[in-house]
Ligand binder design. Structure first.
Ligand code: NOJ
Length: 582
């Protein structure tokens, strides 16, 4: 009832909003009309993160680009994903590889043109695939016109668009000390002295990424204009970067120190006064209102590395903030652990906001799951197990390019080869993020089908010889074909699409089991997260399930059995099973 009322209200809201959109905007929207099935499409889609520099090069410069992505849309359609999240493609000096934006409403020529972008959106829509943009909300590049103006004088009209403060103990000849002890996530003080106007500016990330002042209404207006711009180009929503860093303590209190030092040699610190400060949720509500003016039920995904489920739950607001806050609690489990996953899935599945969870295990900031969860011997089996965990759960899955072929983390071997500045700064403790950003492995040729150039911006990993799309397409048991099967199953099975998710067999130390249930249909998912075989006897009576057998939909066992007795389920090491109870 509640959801019917809210969809009705949404339709009314959208219709009213459409009345106010300009004729030009409406014709632009019509031109880029989104895929048909609407409603809460983001509950049933699978998001695929593309790091554009590394997906497909179309012009032979060794760097991936938009036309390259367009040329691979048929592959993505056949894989079975429904939305692409593009990490930043805007003009940027690329200190943080696009997360330092110098112009929010243009395309970096390295990736192509606006016409290429529009073409990508249109071609994606033809295949039922939506495009999500990265919305880097916390900071700009220091080369952004806004910041260049802001730093030009203390009286410039954009001075207050960023966070400027006097140093401590500053004199006419000395810059004094930074205003407080706040630290950059990427090492060192979060304050940078600017000699021209003799003040410090604040940067949560690199020195070249000054933080915007979200307390300034003009900043909000400009940043909401960015959302309008891309919505009119047909995007289906945004992934919001670093949202919990938006505000800082107005009293500028020092952060507390923690024991030890980080990879950059700084004292460890708790970002108590620079993370999750009041104000974030008000902004999220405003952002949601901006995008809700557009048809197609646009979605907001947040990078929300929240400390616990309560903080994560706040991201949903009253259904008026983010639909899909990424679950970092689960992504950060970092080892195969049935009890850990059982606890965390239970917590988020039962979140008090009844929000839709968003699950992922790899992205462009953390080592890939193939080796993070792999034990060094059974990595392929474990990769398939993780695929089941990601795709058979109820939340919206978010995949990272190459995960479906078992790409591994390939960090640089020498400091002089590192491209990511944090790897240069933190070497050898912190090798940076190059290892998870290597080119997509399309085939077994020298450049893996990524580029026609003899060079790529990051080297082609040696594993591309055997782990690639061409080779794996031919093997029915490959990681790629496992993903395809599971993606198709997720789309077609009503219990996997819409069923509740409830943990069962709650005390097993090695096997994580849960059911997905709709009236008259129960699916059991069992994942042996250990190197030991297990024989399980399920009693699902408490869940009003009376069956005696399991009809197998997916089993990692080869050959796959058709049917298994519910009271005697044999799971080999790292085996996974998805089956209907009958
Ligand atoms: C999170 C992004 O995912 C990461 O790649 C980037 O370095 C920081 N935000 C700063 O924008």
């Amino acid at each position: 009832m509640r959801s019917l009322t809210s969809s009705f209200l949404r339709v009314i809201r959208t219709s009213i909003a459409l009345c106010f959109l300009s004729v030009a905007a409406i014709s632009a929207l019509a031109q880029y009309s989104a895929p048909k099935a609407q409603g809460e499409w983001w509950k049933h889609t699978v998001i695929y993160e593309i790091y554009p520099r590394s997906f497909q090069d179309s012009n032979g410069d060794g760097i991936g680009d938009l036309n390259g992505i367009t040329s691979r849309l048929d592959y993505l359609k056949s894989l079975g994903i429904g939305a692409i999240w593009l990490t930043p493609i805007y003009p940027s000096p690329n200190v943080d590889f696009g997360y330092d934006i110098s112009n929010y409403t243009a395309i970096d020529p390295m990736f192509g043109t606006m016409a290429d972008f529009d073409h990508l959106v249109a071609e994606a829509h033809k295949r039922g695939i939506r495009i999500l943009m990265d919305y880097v909300i916390n900071h700009t590049s220091d080369q952004n016109q806004w910041f260049l103006q802001s730093r030009s004088s203390r009286t410039n009209s954009k001075r207050d668009w960023y966070i400027w403060r006097d140093g401590k103990g500053e004199t006419a000849t000395s810059k004094g000390q930074p205003p407080n002890n706040w630290q950059s996530w990427f090492g060192g003080s979060a304050w940078q002295w600017d000699p021209k106007t003799r003040q410090y500016y604040y940067h949560y990330f690199y020195v070249q990424q000054p933080d915007l002042n979200w307390r300034n209404p003009e900043v909000r207006k400009a940043m909401y204009g960015v959302l309008d711009f891309w919505m009119k180009h047909g995007v289906a929503g945004f992934r919001i970067d670093a949202v919990s860093r938006l505000f800082e303590d107005p009293q500028m209190r020092d952060d507390p120190y923690l024991p030890g030092h980080n990879a950059y040699g700084d004292r460890n610190i708790q970002h108590k006064y620079t993370d999750d400060q009041p104000g974030v949720h008000e902004v999220l509500k405003e952002v949601r209102k901006v995008i809700d003016k557009y048809p197609g039920n646009p979605v907001l995904v947040t990078e929300a590395d929240e400390p616990n489920v309560a903080a994560l739950t706040k991201m949903y607001g009253d259904g008026d903030e983010v639909q899909l806050p990424m679950d970092f609690q689960i992504a950060d489990v970092n080892k195969l652990s049935a009890p850990r996953f059982r606890k965390l899935f239970h917590e988020i599945e039962n979140n008090t906001a009844h929000g839709q969870p968003e699950y992922f295990f790899s992205n462009h900031d953390q080592p890939r799951q193939w080796d993070r969860y792999g034990d060094g011997k059974h990595n392929d089996e474990i990769a398939k197990l993780m695929a089941v965990l990601e795709l058979a759960t109820r939340g919206t899955p978010q995949m990272y390019y190459g995960e479906e072929i078992g790409m591994r983390t390939t960090p640089p071997a020498r400091k002089e080869d590192v491209r990511d500045p944090i790897g240069i700064k933190g070497w050898p403790k912190e090798k940076g993020r190059d290892g998870e950003r290597t080119p997509m492995q399309w085939d077994a040729t020298k450049m893996a089908g990524f580029t026609t150039s003899g060079k790529s911006w990051l080297p082609i990993p040696p594993s591309s010889k055997t782990y690639n799309v061409a080779v794996e397409s031919k093997d029915p048991n490959s990681i790629l074909n496992t993903y395809k099967r599971l993606l198709a199953l997720r789309q077609s099975d009503p219990a996997l699409r819409d069923g509740t998710q409830i943990n069962v067999d709650n005390s097993n130390p090695d096997v994580y089991s849960f059911i997905r249930q709709i009236p008259d249909r129960t699916i059991l998912v069992a994942l042996n997260m250990s190197g030991r075989p297990h024989t399980l006897s399920y009693n699902l009576g408490a869940h009003h399930v009376n069956g005696t057998h399991l009809r197998v939909l997916y089993s990692s066992q080869s050959p796959q059995p058709d049917s298994v007795p519910l009271r005697q389920v044999v799971l080999q090491p790292f085996a996974a099973l998805v089956a209907v109870v009958e």
